[in-house]
Write a protein that binds this ligand. Structure first.
Ligand SMILES: NC(=O)c1ccc[n+]([C@@H]2O[C@H](COP(=O)([O-])OP(=O)(O)OC[C@H]3O[C@@H](n4cnc5c(N)ncnc54)[C@H](O)[C@@H]3O)[C@@H](O)[C@H]2O)c1
Ligand SMILES: O=C(O)[C@H](O)COP(=O)(O)O
Length: 526
């Protein structure tokens, strides 16, 4: 319930959180060192883009459960470190879209008509009517790189100026773009055909240095480039060179590789460059919206468990769907059972789900199976956010398989674990709404509730084994609560799961292992 808010976030964020029982500390201009020192006291951190939430800060945030971004870009947050530590990262999609789009349009118009330069010149007492001749937008081709929320808003506004809009976005289907009157083209064609280029993608490995000497060379002479997305997408040294050579006639930049940008940055020395200090989202409307949105999302998460705006927790979001809870408990129990039965040094887990209902939930079921498994096998806290990273760190590769239907069960989850030489499998289902049952172990069909202390053993199928095992239980004064028996089709091997009331000591387990005919015996405690 302890929230730290850094950066200049609208006060309504803190007010909403306080009204809902959170203890809020606001430190708008916190230094890296102070943040490192105090972050350990907070379980939630809310930032804009100024605070760099590095892996080092995250490691110091030992109580952190959530990092909220009042805005869109999360590139100032080390997502990998947050995910590894099981911390939810959430942003506020859409909250500042209109402001960022309007700023982009303003920058494009300003660059085309050289408005900032003309203003500065006029204020110096000049009246230079011929010096500030510009270009029209009408009839020109605008390329939108990244046709997400902001890209689309910019395109529709610039269409009103009579611009032809083309775009590149690997995630957007042609038909969708066509409905917006935008032609999707390969990246190089965008560069070759555009008179204006505006960047609206996120900063990721595919977009870092997207505008560089190589791509600038493809562009039309005199192209105008606008970047209100992220620094780092444009290689600044290459852009400066292209401006000096005349290839690029103007650039309008709101974002920079390093922020705050150094006054010595060569781009700021060029008359053809107009620039703003990362203010595309700085309107009262956008700042109110993102502040209220992030606070509401956190309150809703606390009050109802519903997660909105999370960027690294799709499994957590899926876990809230109606009807899935029992399957997650089942998957966790299957994972925990397997962890106590399967060989050490397991290096591969296969999660198979069957049945229409489970199809959508493959990912979260796998996360649950991993959580169950890892909670037994290692000491670090595992949750649905970090389960995949933890598995990777433990050297476990994952395979997820889905089959539409199973002849015997409407919905079935099976988990296999192997270490190269040995493979073990366990399967379970839900009867009715929430009756959890284990229904198969390796080649044996069984049926028992995964609860309490269970001795599970394989033996050669011959008389006397079960009698000898129950005799041992009697000697240890242990009551049998339930027995599930099964044998393979060839009648060679049998499998027994005995649920007992009370503790099973290592001595008893060893004695079971020594019973004539018993092959493998494990104690599973759930
Ligand atoms: N300057 C500011 O103040 C300000 C304000 C808001 C957002 N932003 C930035 O603007 C950008 C867009 O924000 P949004 O809210 O529209 O996000 P969004 O997620 O809605 O859109 C981003 C789009 O980029 C696309 N994309 C990803 N990789 C790509 C690639 N290699 N090439 C082309 N497109 C690619 C995605 O498919 C997506 O459609 C982000 O970088 C965000 O951080 C800046
Ligand atoms: O990604 C964003 O939302 C923008 O870059 C805005 O950043 P800011 O909140 O630091 O203005």
């Amino acid at each position: 319930m302890n929230v730290l808010i850094t950066d200049g976030i609208d006060p309504q964020c803190g007010q909403i959180l306080t009204q809902n029982g959170f203890t809020v500390t606001e430190k708008p201009k916190i230094s890296k060192d102070e943040l490192k020192e105090i972050i350990g006291n907070f379980d939630k951190l809310i930032v804009r883009s100024a605070t760099k939430v590095t892996a080092e800060i995250i490691e110091c945030g030992t109580k952190l459960k959530l990092i909220g971004r009042a805005g869109a870009g999360v590139d100032n947050i080390d997502l990998e470190a947050a995910t590894r530590n099981g911390i939810i990262v959430m942003n506020t999609p859409g909250g500042n879209t209109v402001s960022a789009a309007e700023h982009t349009c303003a920058m494009m118009l300003s660059a085309a008509r050289r408005i900032p330069q003309a203003t500065a010149d006029l204020k110096q007492g000049n009246w230079s009517k011929t010096k500030f001749s510009g270009v029209e937008l009408e009839g020109k081709t605008l390329s939108v790189i990244g046709l997400g929320k902001i890209g689309r808003e910019v395109a529709s506004r610039m269409q009103a100026f009579g611009m032809k809009t083309i775009a590149y976005d690997p995630m957007i289907p042609d038909e969708y773009a066509a409905k917006l009157n935008i032609e999707l083209l390969p990246l190089h064609e965008n560069f070759m055909r555009a008179d204006f280029i505006t960047i609206h993608s996120s900063l990721n490995e595919s977009t870092r240095n997207l505008i560089s000497k190589e791509t600038l060379d493809l562009m039309k002479d005199g192209v105008i480039i606008v970047n209100c997305a992220r620094g780092g997408i444009i290689n600044e040294a290459d852009l400066a060179e292209a401006i000096l050579s005349g290839k690029v006639s103007a650039a309008a930049l709101d974002v920079f590789e390093t922020e705050p940008v150094s006054p010595d940055n060569p781009l700021l020395k060029l008359d053809q460059v107009i620039a703003t200090p990362h203010i595309a989202a700085s309107t009262s409307e956008a700042q109110e919206k993102v502040a209220i949105q992030i606070a509401d999302q956190i309150v809703e998460w606390k009050q109802t468990g519903k997660l909105k705006g999370a960027v690294n927790a799709s499994a957590v979001e899926l876990a809230q769907a109606p009807g899935v809870r029992s399957y997650l408990t089942l998957a966790e129990k299957l994972g925990a059972t397997l962890a106590q039965m399967a060989p050490d040094q397991a290096n591969k887990m296969t999660v198979r789900t069957s049945g229409e209902f489970l199809h959508t939930f493959n990912e979260v079921i796998t996360a649950a199976a991993l959580k169950g498994f890892l909670d037994v096998r290692q000491s670090k806290d595992t949750n649905y956010i970090n389960a995949f990273t933890m598995a990777k760190e433990c050297g476990i590769s994952l395979e997820q398989k889905f089959e539409k239907e199973n002849p015997d069960y409407t919905n079935l989850i099976r988990i296999e674990l192997e270490n190269g030489t040995t493979k073990r499998m366990i399967g379970g289902t839900i009867f009715g709404e929430k009756e959890i049952r284990i229904v198969m172990i390796d080649q044996f069909l069984v049926e028992f509730k995964p609860e309490g202390n269970i001795i599970i053993y394989n033996n050669t199928d011959k008389p006397g084994v079960i009698a000898n095992v129950t005799q041992l239980l009697l000697q240890h004064n242990l009551n049998v609560a339930y027995v599930a028996l099964s044998r393979d089709e060839e009648k060679n091997m049998a499998m027994t799961a005995i649920v007992v009331d009370g503790e099973v000591t290592p001595v008893l387990l060893d004695e079971v292992r020594n019973v004539n005919g018993v092959d493998v015996a494990n104690l599973v405690s759930l």
